[in-house]
Design a protein around this ligand. Sequence first.
Ligand SMILES: [Fe+2]
Length: 475
Amino acid sequence: MNIEQSHPLLTDYAGLRHNTSDRADAAVIVSGTLPAELNGVLYRNGPGLFRRGAQVKHSLLDGDGVVQRLELANGQARYARRFVRTPKFIAEQAAGCFMHPTWTTRASAWRRNWGGNIPSQAGVTVEMANGVLSASDEVAPRFEIDPVSLETRAPFGVGLPDRDDGLKAHTRHLAASGDCLFVSTRMGRGGMQIDFMRHRRDGTRVATPTVPAPRMVYVHDFAATERYAIVALHPAFMRPLRFLTGFTSLTDSLAWRPQAGNLVLLIDLATGQATRYRAPTAWIWHFANAWEEGDAVVVDFVGYDDAGHFLGPDAQLTAVMQGHIGVPGAPGVLRRQVLKPGADHVEETVIARGNVEFPSVDGALGGKRHRRVYVNSSAPWAGALHSGVAAIDVERATTDAFDFGAHMHAGEPVFVPRQGGAPDQGWLVTETLDTRRNASGFVLLDAEHVADGPVAHVDLGEPVPLSFHGCWVAR
Ligand SMILES: [Fe+2]
């Protein structure tokens, strides 16, 4: 099969990389049946502005954040969208051009690249933590977002000791305590250091002692239980001099050295004590969840044998910005690591073959044992682009999946619990792009019967760029 000719996203992928704009709140068309008991709001965030004039972001993952709001109530849907008004966005709107470097793209004015000062685009996630809705990426600060109007409020400080400078976009929500756990990786002359900040349900903030990391690498996500955090240090090494002197973007400063393997840190959140494990090489974007089992910790995540879809020449997520498919790299595989006391290697197994990403579990099971992991899925040759969703039963090693067709792109499935239901009873909501119609929408599936296909579809009547992450807020 000639992928360059047959890949549907080659000709129609423009929908995911075009500039979008704000959209005022209004009712939107629903087909199928939205369950009447569904009452809440889905928030999504992702890059929504990739070009100004002749300036184009290098990667599909890089752009100013735009928050989407899909309100579902009484079988009806309303939708709105608004860019996060970061200082960067405001200044560049006024100037009519990109002025600042971003994580994959250097600024045209060379002096602005000096020192590695990347401003926040707030374009990776939007989440509710202790009653505050905030949008963020991997640069301080986060921005509080009005949950109704989507207006940008003040910066939202998490309270990390590095003033949130290296704050990661991913937060862990622990179901038993109701706590939220934030992490940052801080680069300095002494190497990389890791800090955690725990927000308790009552508003108390508890810092964990700073943990020195044995290597300086890019980290995107982590896993946590009530007692431990798990940080995977995959071999994507930072070359800070290249970045700080402005010769490369942050991502172009990363060197993938698979022969170094992965290191996993199991960090006691009370003491900061870190136990180090060796692990097979895997590029890791996202963890599904972790739990404690006796003295061991079990961690499920998606790992790739290589970083081909993201790093290196003609990486897929860069190539699609220029209209070709590039190198899709190794497929994302749902894997499990068991971290046992006294061991120096993890025990790693493959839970399910396939090509998956954006793993998550029912939020009621954060830090607890889970049975089902929800993912995006796709054919192995599709790389980091996905056309379906799946629920993987990690105990039975079975997959309940639905594919929308190769002409469709599907984003992260968000689990929406049924009010008063048992764990894993509820729905999955995923944002889709129909590349034939060049129109985006949201699809609702029964989380216990994914293969049955959509229960309802919300049509936006226009394309919306890739949204990475979001959350469901019930009412
Ligand atoms: Fe992410």
